[in-house]
Design a protein around this ligand. Structure first.
Ligand SMILES: NC(=O)c1ccc[n+]([C@@H]2O[C@H](COP(=O)([O-])OP(=O)(O)OC[C@H]3O[C@@H](n4cnc5c(N)ncnc54)[C@H](OP(=O)(O)O)[C@@H]3O)[C@@H](O)[C@H]2O)c1
Length: 252
């Protein structure tokens, strides 16, 4: 019996938070490796510039503006991706926010916003995209489908002043483990990448205390993502912790 292969003939990715930082470097690596992409963030103008830039690698890059704090935006993003490609080989969830504040004074509205963007949105996005990911994994069983979530070392080891952020990142890693428990047998597996400080806009506030050259490079994170995309469907990597060198290995 032959199985009808659906969707785009080329491998396809969806990258959230692709306008800057870690997500941008991952999107660039995927485009260079021959993936067509949907890229997403809130800043439409920034996204359009990135799409134009990455298209020069010969890839089809579709920018889609979405605020991950808005559920309708998240489901619209998933629908637009499926409408455009009907295939999804790699889902990279890099959009994320973090606020530093001590437990005594951290405002609850920031706790809620971090959970909305860092946990609720990935949950909604994965739910909305599971049908197309199952179909893609069925059509391409050797490689299957990879979900990569940008968690954080603060979700693994506690970091002072990052209690809410760390909790969101622990929850995101837990979501990856649940995905593996439920659907890795169908070829859809998830990896939480948990880095310490990476040199991006997000860590600009740290630059006076920590030389950016001693932070992890976005290229290192993209290299890990590309390695995971090349694994067969038989190898599931639930979590990758990336620390900076030195004496404070398990600090951000
Ligand atoms: N940098 C680090 O040290 C570090 C370490 C561990 C984990 N991480 C995680 O890695 C991921 C990427 O971090 P980064 O350092 O690349 O951050 P970044 O430079 O601040 O970039 C964040 C990206 O997410 C998008 N974004 C932010 N809020 C959004 C929202 N509400 N809806 C949609 N998109 C949104 C931003 O675009 P717009 O502003 O245009 O929306 C941007 O593209 C995050 O999940 C972060 O928690 C970062």
């Amino acid at each position: 019996m032959s199985v009808r292969v659906t969707g785009s003939p080329r491998p396809v990715g969806l990258v959230t938070g692709a306008s800057r930082g870690i997500g941008l470097t991952i999107a660039r690596s995927l485009a260079a490796a021959g993936y067509d992409l949907t890229i997403s963030a809130r800043n439409a103008a920034g996204l359009a510039d990135v799409a134009a830039d990455l298209s020069t690698a010969g890839a089809v890059i579709r920018p889609h503006r979405a605020d991950m704090a808005v559920e309708q935006d998240v489901t619209d993003l998933a629908a637009a991706h499926v409408e455009a490609y009907d295939r999804l080989d790699v889902l990279v969830m890099s959009a994320g926010i973090g606020y530093a504040a001590p437990l005594d004074t951290a405002p609850l509205h920031r706790f809620d916003r971090q959970f909305a963007v860092n946990v609720r949105a990935p949950y909604v996005l994965v739910q909305a995209l599971l049908p197309v990911m199952r179909t893609t994994a069925r059509d391409h069983p050797a490689r299957g489908v990879k979900i990569i979530a940008l968690s954080s070392i603060t979700g693994v080891y506690a970091e002072p002043a990052l209690a809410a952020y760390g909790a969101t990142k622990a929850a995101l890693a837990s979501l990856c483990r649940s995905i593996n428990a439920e659907v890795s047998g169908a070829g859809v597996s998830a990896t939480a990448i948990c880095p310490g400080y990476v040199d991006t806009d997000m860590t600009a506030w740290m630059r006076e205390q920590l030389d950016p050259t001693s932070m992890i490079a976005t290229a290192d994170i993209a290299e890990l993502v590309m390695s995971v995309t090349r694994l067969s469907a038989h190898a599931v990597v639930p979590e990758i912790v990336v620390t900076r060198p030195g004496e404070q290995l398990h600090r951000a």
